[in-house]
Design a binder for this molecule. Structure first.
Ligand SMILES: Nc1ncnc2c1ncn2[C@@H]1O[C@H](COP(=O)(O)OP(=O)(O)OP(=O)(O)O)[C@@H](O)[C@H]1O
Ligand SMILES: [Mg+2]
Length: 234
């Protein structure tokens, strides 16, 4: 099975602040992996290391078959890795449709087009010509997911995609993530909502203090839910 993303013994920093310590993780084609852990353990820093926003000073980063010593944000997109960032970051003065087309600008071929995204999220079609930031929080998250899918990724990195959203929207997004995974896109789902994790992921990695301290399988069962919650209790 091909490896889409691999961090091997990575150390990462913001300036002098040493955040990731000897962290290793790997996501293979078609996998559904959850990355869990309490606030501040370094989950977003994993994403920022892949994008080159946090500075990697030791270890190895592999995107597919390529090892990158100095990653830049466009490298991920070129290697079929799309990011839905924490906090969504919709471009303010673009419409919904323009935000989607921005994702398509990477130019990778694949099944996802504006009309396929509209089938997935009909509300985005209804609001196609409104400014992206005029949408509700849930709709902005749908737009962020749609924009990432427009790059036709092999791997989708989702950084706390349901943070602050109503349960009904979380349910909708869970169905969408499962649908996307069934189409063959691998998922790395950063989440604190373990109900969502058991519905979507098949494997988990638990972080503490900037490294992976636990890992195992996930199933959609009460036992699995309790196991996961034990890794994130405050
Ligand atoms: N730009 C930055 N400069 C310096 N330190 C930072 C920066 N961004 C984050 N940190 C610190 O790095 C550590 C890890 O932060 P990170 O955002 O990766 O955590 P997280 O697991 O994603 O947390 P959350 O669940 O709250 O999103 C924290 O101690 C945080 O204060
Ligand atoms: Mg975070």
């Amino acid at each position: 099975m091909s490896t889409l993303l691999s961090l091997r013994h990575v150390h990462a920093y913001y300036g002098a602040a040493h955040i990731l310590h000897d962290l290793s993780l790997q996501v293979n084609a078609g996998e559904r992996v959850a990355l869990i852990g309490r606030n501040g353990v370094g989950k977003t820093t994993v994403v920022n290391t892949v994008l080159g926003i946090a500075q990697m000073k030791g270890g190895e980063l592999w995107l597919g078959a390529d090892q990158l010593a100095r990653p830049r944000p466009y490298h991920a997109a070129q290697h079929g890795i799309a990011v839905v960032p924490q906090g969504r970051r919709i471009v303010a003065n673009l419409t919904v449709e323009e935000n989607l087309l921005l994702g398509g600008a990477v130019g990778r071929k694949g099944p996802w087009t504006v009309s396929e995204i509209y089938k997935l999220f009909p509300i985005l079609q209804e609001r196609a010509h409104t400014p992206g930031t005029a949408l509700s929080g849930g709709q902005q998250q749908m737009l962020a997911v749609g924009r990432a899918l427009m790059t036709n990724p092999d791997l989708l990195l989702l950084d706390e995609p349901t943070e602050g959203l109503a349960p009904v929207i979380v349910d909708q997004l869970a169905d969408i993530f499962n649908h996307v995974a069934e189409q063959g896109t691998a998922l790395l789902l950063i989440e604190q909502n373990m109900n969502l994790v058991v519905r979507v992921a098949y494997r988990y990695l638990a972080m503490a203090k900037g490294t992976v301290v636990n890992q195992g399988e996930v199933s959609n069962t009460q036992q699995s839910l309790e196991d996961l919650q034990s890794h994130v209790v405050i």
